[in-house]
Design a protein around this ligand. Sequence first.
Ligand code: S3P
Length: 744
Amino acid sequence: MEQSFCASVPLKRLVVVGLGLIGASFAKGIRDAGLASEVVGVDLSSQACERAVELGIADRCTTDLAEACVGADVIMLAVPVLALKQLLTQLAALKLEHTIITDAGSVKGHLLAAAQAAFGHLPPLLVLGHPIAGSERSGVEAVNPELFKHHKVILTPHADTDPNAVLCVEKLWQDLGADVESMSVEQHDRVLAATSHLPHLLAFGLVDSLAKRSENLEIFRYAAGGFRDFTRIAGSDPVMWHDIFLANRQAVLEQLDQYRDDLDVLRQAIAEEDGRHLLGVFTRARVAREHFSTILAQRAYVKTMLDNDLVFLARPGGQVNGTIRVPGDKSISHRAIMLGSLANGVTEVEGFLEGEDALATIQAFRDMGVVIEGPEKGRVVVHGVGLHGLQQPPGPIYVGNSGTTMRLLSGILAGQTFDTTLTGDASLSKRPMNRIAKPLREMGAVIETAAEGRPPLTLRGGQRLTGMHYDMPMASAQVKSCLLLAGMYASGETSVTEPAPTRDHTERMLGGFGYPVEVHGATAKIEANHQLTGTHIEVPADISSAAFFMVAASIAPDSELVLQHVGINPTRTGIIDILKLMGADLSLERVHEVGGELVADIRVRSARLKGIDIPLDLVPLAIDEFPVLFIAAACAEGRTVLRGAEELRVKESDRIQVMVDGLTTLGVDAQGTPDGIIIQGGPMGGGEVWAHGDHRIAMSFSVAALRATAPIRIHDSVHVATSFPNFLELCKQVGMHVAEEGQV
Ligand code: S3P
């Protein structure tokens, strides 16, 4: 066969040895797709052979291995794992120098050793593979050419594998609709021992254990859905699984021992009526199962961003009417989990933001042993462990896209007895962390960062922190909060002075938990040796999310919208003041206080906006709302100038540059300056813009479409879920024409 094999699909001949579920499905998939001129089946059972031809699985089928294999392009071995050894010896004798041999077995280390023994070396055209696509059904009758669609196939090439051969096998699987990944043989066997082999062992073991009890009839009679779900895989092929456990003995034993230890702990918790432990295990397991790929693999947030270019398609025009409540405040949601976890007693949170950022904070504290129930329709129950009750997490804490989690958590972690590493997604990994690392180090923390103070951060435990006074060089609530939280673990007083007022949720909420914080003008002061006491928190709707709709209803004609129960903490209302200065028609209704935070319903009507010079003192009070304010400016008459906002360059994206780029594409005259932007209001067209992984950019351009003359395609919008998971639903509800592309 030529090296250019991949180009020469269809193959002349594909041989599939073993016509069980996997082999038959592979053969039929390839045959149906016309990827081989001839598909030849080999099976020890002449009956299976006959059926295979009848079912259209193979063009012909034989029990004679040599006859089928000599001259084949590719041979797929799909026999039970322990049968592979003998098969490889037979194949070695055939001297198939130009034939790719691949397999579908569940254990790779064993096969590699068998190949070495059979061939005397590892053949370059041997490509080990494993489709993660079994089923409890087995045999040729179970054939399903669609079996591999959207399933993973793991290839474990050895050091001498010919890369062309790997490409070929990869292509065949991809043509069957599978997602192909590769990993080392050792990693494969370890991962599969945990995720596949161990559950099968438990299922077989449990059914057998129950079946052999004298009262088994009774037990099985009452066995309902739970039993059936759990034990479905005990219907799998016994020979195949017998082989797998013998072949992957070592890795399975390691997993089994670990699991046995955990089971003992569960047993003890039941015996000792330790409900908290049980609740901890069950709540963690439930979430882990729901977010299998995102949380367990600790990479899916990144993967989502890399793999999915989620495009929002915003069609021009529309009015904005109705009454809506946007999701809970992100800043307050983070803090509720953090302080609730460090409190003594239980904290009940309502209105919690179920966005990815706040969920990342929940997961971080779960990783550190805190039992957190929910979120369930915005309700979360945090079983606090006290200021010194956190436990070392099992691995690095992954906080996704969330700068607030990373920065605030660092203040807490600097004061713990254990080491922790914090990692984030691609956007967060570019953001500056020296702003917290530097002052924390001055307090005695030991922190390692990547180059230029970027994440990941490793915080060394067991340090003595000393309180200090810090004059913040930038107006940042995250830095202020980080240091105040560290101050709970530092000797003496810790105080922070800010150059301009920033959001004060941390100070307010610490007070709500009974922890004293003194605030005098621009300085907040805290000291150690106090306690947090569990409390009730009602999270208001996020003014930063409401901002998109404030601008939407202002710029769209004939609009009137009520935004309910929005948090109007005075450190957050810059958006309202700026919009009013621009001539917006906004009024606050039902202003009242809930749990130390002011809330109101905000009524917005269409208005003719005019450009303004944004007052400097309002900048920190509207720091997250500028992307959408730039859209308001683009729709306003005249020029809007923003200065003193260099912080925008280090948010989830460089919000000045990214907005200038997008606005320019839409035909708006927008110029970036080092610390701001100058926008000349005027007509707006459509086009392709990029959100650069920044939720607020994607939502801002969605709003822009209300006044655009052509559709706006907004690339890279997946991160909207970090702060505003139901954004598109609410857009639709009020009359905006924005949706995921393909779903319009
Ligand atoms: C936040 C503070 C702000 C804001 C961020 C949330 C907080 O950041 O941009 O979205 O919850 O403390 P800086 O304080 O760094 O400006």
